[in-house]
Write a protein that binds this ligand. Sequence first.
Ligand code: 6GU
Length: 272
Amino acid sequence: MSYEKLLACKEAVRKKTDFVPDVALVLGSGLGGFADNIKIETEIEYKDIPGFPVSTVPGHAGKFIFGYLGDVKIVCMKGRVHFYEGYDVHDVVLPARLMGLLGAKILFLTNAAGGLGEGFNAGDLMLITDHVSMFAPNPLIGPNLDELGARFPDMSEVYKKDLQDIIRNTAKENGIELKEGVYCQLTGPSYESPAEIRLLQKLGVSAVGMSTVNEAIAANHMGLKVCGVSCISNLAAGLSENPLSHKEVQEAADKAAPLFTKLVTESIRKFK
Ligand code: 6GU
């Protein structure tokens, strides 16, 4: 991806709004209702931004929502594209980079994920403390965008400890049980086999999904503070009786939605 393409997207947004967000939030499955908590300033559909990746799935909302959550200025992504849809990984991270260029200092990533950590159950929420990226394409491959960051970025604290503490404390204050662990992105779209899940357990992975790490790497590269929470929508292959289905994943994510929304909303209020 060229820096010029990013700048062109930024220009297109700036023609519609001069809103400068503090926090960027990617809404995963189960957080669809999050926007109800926002005092909306303006919305911009992805399709109105030239060059912006738009989901191939018919009926999938794809838009930025700009507004206020309490005192915090926020931009939310309702709808995201995934590598498994066939997009170049550079296009997958364009939205995260764009939100950084619009002024966001923090990127809050959410997703629905399969659980494989000790004691994990469907419906759990998991604070992401770190990730395993090497089964997913690295979005920084290719010429370095020097305007954004370093060729060889440090990755020793992608998910910032101070943000983790805020999320942990918010969970405690609200009586929300919060697991913690390492998230691993795989390419999908097929779910993992039981043998792959046993392998990932040995590697110290607690949750698997098909998003998030691409964005986290690109955001960390450009100096954004990253944090993330997964909704464990199901146990991974071999850990429960049920075969995996997208429908089941979505239903479980919807069931966990109220607590998930509460945790994310109340945490972001404290980011100011
Ligand atoms: Cl089990 N695997 C992956 N890769 N993504 C998921 C999942 C499993 N469950 C929800 N999303």
